[in-house]
Design a protein around this ligand. Sequence first.
Ligand SMILES: NC(=O)c1ccc[n+]([C@@H]2O[C@H](COP(=O)([O-])OP(=O)(O)OC[C@H]3O[C@@H](n4cnc5c(N)ncnc54)[C@H](OP(=O)(O)O)[C@@H]3O)[C@@H](O)[C@H]2O)c1
Length: 329
Amino acid sequence: MVQAKTWILTKHFEGFPKDSNFELKVEELPEPKDGEVLVEAVFLSVDPYMRPFSKFRMKEGDVMIGTQVAKVIQSKNPTFPVGTHVVARSGWSTHTVCDGTGLIPIMPDWPQDVSLALALGAIGMPGLTALYGIEEVLGLQKGETLLVNAAAGAVGSVVGQIAKIKGCKVVGSAGSDAKVAFLKELGFDEAFNYKTVGSLEEALKKASPEGYDCYFDNVGGPFSAVALQQMKNFGRIAVCGSISVYNDTTPQTGPYPYLTMIFKQIKMEGFLQSRWEHKHPESLKRLMGWLKEGKLKSREHMTKGFENMPAAFMGMLKGENTGKAVVTV
Ligand SMILES: NC(=O)c1ccc[n+]([C@@H]2O[C@H](COP(=O)([O-])OP(=O)(O)OC[C@H]3O[C@@H](n4cnc5c(N)ncnc54)[C@H](OP(=O)(O)O)[C@@H]3O)[C@@H](O)[C@H]2O)c1
């Protein structure tokens, strides 16, 4: 018998998440039946989407949604032998018995010197989001100027580096001076701390006086209202996330972008990375290739201890992470 620890959403979030929204439970798991496996979490992801998705995809009492890198420790399913590592959509659980549905084996030939934690970050869902936003949504071209916000985070840090690989000028914003220094290390051409610049409009103008061809938006809200004014004619905007509004209890209003969009003939498109799921294996290989060539660097913000999942999640929403926020069991 294995005991599984799980984090339950006891009450839907109202405003910023609180400790009282979560409860840690322990339960005995049954032995795997024929066709089933028992997986053990190694790294667990905390992601911004959990905040808005919880409202639509979960009911109170459910295990918190989420993805983890897990190891198969018992198996009655020949597809997943004992010792196999998988990316599992098992939620915030230390152990799970399942029939293999939703388990994705780690890509073959994963290099020994690359931590499996990256399968939740640069060589995982956030990296894929960056790649598809740039290639499928923005169609970023060599020589163009790209703006990305939440730039020191899991998605944003990969966005900026792919744009550099593609021969573009990259401007990034982030919420601390240490994060700005990290962006410079990654090769961003311009980076600024949006919390201390005073005027965001002036900071954007200074970083690129001629404006922006492409804007990879992770933040939304007032930041985007200002950034939109700095787009060039025929600019393209990939609406990836809007973390600045996820914890709002009442919807924010205006200013509305329509006139600017019309006069500048701007194209704005929202997207979910899952639209290109059929491309994931080939895309992960490309990301891994850039990592091995030293063109893509990755940083993980590790929190130790499964008991700290809620703290890691709330910390990420507050901006405590540089790079991908991951919890080690
Ligand atoms: N469309 C998709 O398929 C898809 C997939 C993955 C992620 N996303 C979205 O992409 C965005 C980034 O996700 P991620 O996983 O890479 O997270 P992340 O950037 O690693 O972590 C979140 C970051 O957001 C910033 N932030 C928090 N509150 C903010 C606010 N009010 N204003 C501005 N910035 C704020 C913080 O950085 P600072 O210190 O810089 O403020 C924080 O570190 C999120 O909006 C997420 O929902 C979308």
